[in-house]
Design a binder for this molecule. Structure first.
Ligand code: MG
Length: 239
């Protein structure tokens, strides 16, 4: 099913999208309440409720090489993005005045549905509520120049997500494509992960408890690059 989050008079609500209709849910992981709404005209919100956004860097060998690396990581290289980075679906990619090299990184994103605490990889995917696409917006010049990645990765609006979660999806072999102004720039597949999602979730949950609503970005394939000021990136994940 496609699960969306949207604005209502009562605050953010969750629903399941079926055709042009939305069946309202009692919460992110809740049941249908019997209420329905028309999808058209809903003000969509990012389909997650994160306390933390955990991202994997360098999780595709071709991307490691294009970034100048010669050795593959032996453990997942994790970093965080701030909650301030979350944009609404359809929001334009911000282009801050202080960067001259703003880049897209198209990624598969997972939203947690059940608490993950020291979970083994064999059970990890059962804790995922659903998947969407993400653009891990990166000010590459500042990522390289600054002591830490905070400015390069966590400026306002630097996490673009898809409009809904796909709850019935096997993340093991999904195409990850990014287009910039219609031109295909990234054409990867999650089967080429260095660390697959179960491994990443086991690794994270060994030291950090993930709660329902938390967001995990799984890394970007090769083909990253800059956008122009008026550019627009669109990432697609699918079979
Ligand atoms: Mg990334």
């Amino acid at each position: 099913m496609r699960r969306i989050r949207f604005e209502s008079e009562d605050g953010p609500r969750w629903g399941e999208l079926e055709g042009d209709s939305v069946h309202l849910l009692s919460g992110m992981t809740g049941e249908r309440t019997g209420e329905t709404a028309a999808f058209a005209g809903l003000a969509l919100l990012a389909p997650c409720e994160p306390r933390v956004i955990v991202c994997v860097g360098k999780n595709y060998a071709d991307h490691v090489r294009e970034m100048g690396g010669s050795e593959l990581p032996e453990e997942p290289g994790l970093f965080l993005k701030g909650l301030n980075t979350l944009a609404r679906p359809g929001d334009p990619m911000p282009y801050p005045a202080w960067t001259e090299n703003l880049q897209y990184e198209g990624e598969l994103a997972a939203v947690i549905g059940k608490r993950l605490h020291r979970v083994e990889r064999s059970a990890a995917l059962g804790h995922v509520l659903g998947y969407t696409v993400a653009v891990d917006v990166t000010a590459r010049d500042k990522q390289r120049a600054d002591l830490q990645w905070t400015r390069g990765k966590s400026a306002d609006g630097f996490c673009l997500l898809g409009a809904w979660l796909e709850t019935e999806l096997d993340p093991s072999a999904l195409a990850v494509q990014t287009r910039v102004n219609g031109a295909l720039k990234q054409d990867g597949n999650t089967r080429d992960f260095i660390f697959d999602l179960p491994t990443v979730l086991e690794y994270i949950s060994a030291f950090m408890t993930l709660e329902p609503g938390d967001l995990v970005l799984t890394g970007t394939p090769e083909g990253v690059g800059p956008v122009a000021h008026a550019g627009r990136a669109a990432t697609r994940v699918g079979r």
